[in-house]
Design a protein around this ligand. Structure first.
Ligand code: SF4
Length: 384
């Protein structure tokens, strides 16, 4: 058995086990320490810090209004916003858990997923508690639907996070797992420290954020992945307690700011899996963002409040992939189906396979100088 065959066999076996576990993230940090091996570098404390928030306005009678995300929470003294990670203390608004993530793992960048951003590299992935959405299918609800004092946190200020990534030669820091919008200030400051240390920063988000904070943040980031949950307001309201329009606006901001970004669409059986919805979304993407934005159709597994639904049939994912490609999107992937051929990257001009992936592993990358080595077609993305 040659090396490639061996890799294929072992990755497929391991990846299948990983998928059946469905929710790999534990709320405590002990599991993360085991996985990352960063225990020796982190000064662990069970405290959480507060830092004055950005983007809020003081109102009358000691109230404040938060302008980070479209909820625009109006918050009374000693109360918190919807996300549970921001608190009004005597008219000053604080973000809690600044420098105190509850999760830290070293993941392949493909797990975020980014397929056109430095493939085969690693991301130091951090998250705090809290979220500004309530998605019924959330796989990380044990942190997204909790408050910072309810999770086991570690002390990891921005300079330390960047220092660990640099020392371990980890290419990027990823703000991920729950929703980094709610720890905006921590992400912003860590991105500055990361850049100072030659480390990249990537945001993995639902994109439910206001344009001004997004534009400010994007200048410190290197790539963004947006979960476009569906293409109807009904789904956003009923399944995620959010809105579609601001997310589309975020995608337009990313395009305008010229940062690299990719889109993930989790296909939930019966709720957002119609060809018509995906055709409408694909037409919007083509018209507004163009054909170069990678689109990942991800397989749903029953969890959290949607345990009553079955996993997405692979045939549905393949049909929707074809629908999007027929509309002109060049790079359309299938995720959470290890071994599916749509995990790999193909040249849209000559059709040759350029990056061979199985699960989160890159088996082979033939892209040279950002182009197909067979026909010289430029492949959009950020390449080593
Ligand atoms: S970030 Fe949190 S506090 Fe601010 S508007 Fe959004 S949900 Fe409300």
């Amino acid at each position: 058995m040659d090396r490639r065959k061996f890799l294929e066999k072992s990755i497929l076996g391991g990846a299948a086990l990983g998928i059946s576990a469905a929710s790999p993230l534990a709320p405590g940090f002990a599991a993360a320490q085991k996985k990352t091996g960063v225990k020796d570098l982190i000064d662990q404390k069970h405290i959480f810090e507060a830092k004055e928030a950005q983007f809020y306005k003081k109102l009358e009678h000691g109230k404040i209004r938060c302008h980070i995300c479209p909820r625009k929470c109006e918050v009374d003294n000693m109360e918190r916003g919807f996300c549970g990670n921001r608190e009004n203390r005597d008219g000053t608004y604080y973000v809690l858990a600044y420098g105190n993530p509850c999760a830290a793992h070293i993941d392949p960048i493909e797990k975020k997923p980014f397929f056109h951003f430095l493939p085969g590299t690693q991301a130091f992935s951090i998250a705090t508690a809290g979220c500004n959405l309530v998605c019924k299918f959330c796989q990380n609800w044990q942190i997204s639907q909790f408050r910072p004092e309810q999770t086991e946190n570690i002390f990891l200020p921005p300079d330390k996070a960047a220092g660990i990534a640099k020392e371990r030669r980890i290419t990027s820091i990823a703000y991920t797992y729950a929703e980094p919008v709610v720890f905006y200030e921590y992400m912003y400051d860590t991105s500055i420290e990361a850049r100072r240390n030659g480390v990249k920063s990537v945001m993995v988000s639902a994109g439910f954020i206001n344009p001004d904070p997004m534009r400010k943040l994007v200048k410190k980031l290197d790539a963004v992945k947006i979960d476009l949950k569906a293409f109807t307001e009904k789904y956003y309201q009923e399944v995620c307690s959010a809105e579609l329009k601001p997310v589309l606006q975020t995608l337009e901001v990313l395009k305008d700011e010229k940062i690299w970004f990719e889109i993930v669409y989790l296909v939930v059986p019966t709720l957002n899996d119609s060809r018509e919805e995906v055709r409408n979304m694909s037409r919007w993407i083509m018209k507004t963002l163009g054909p170069d934005v990678p689109l990942h159709f991800s397989r749903f597994y029953p969890q959290y409040m949607l345990k009553n639904l079955p996993p997405t049939p692979v045939s549905t994912l393949e049909t929707l992939r074809k629908t999007a490609m027929d509309e002109g999107i060049d790079y359309v992937y299938i995720g959470n189906v290890p071994g599916n051929k749509a995990e790999s990257t193909y040249c849209p001009h000559c059709g040759k396979r350029l990056i061979y992936r199985i699960g989160y592993q890159v088996i082979e990358n033939k892209i040279k100088n950002g182009a197909c080595p067979y026909c010289r077609t430029k492949i959009p993305g950020v390449w080593i």
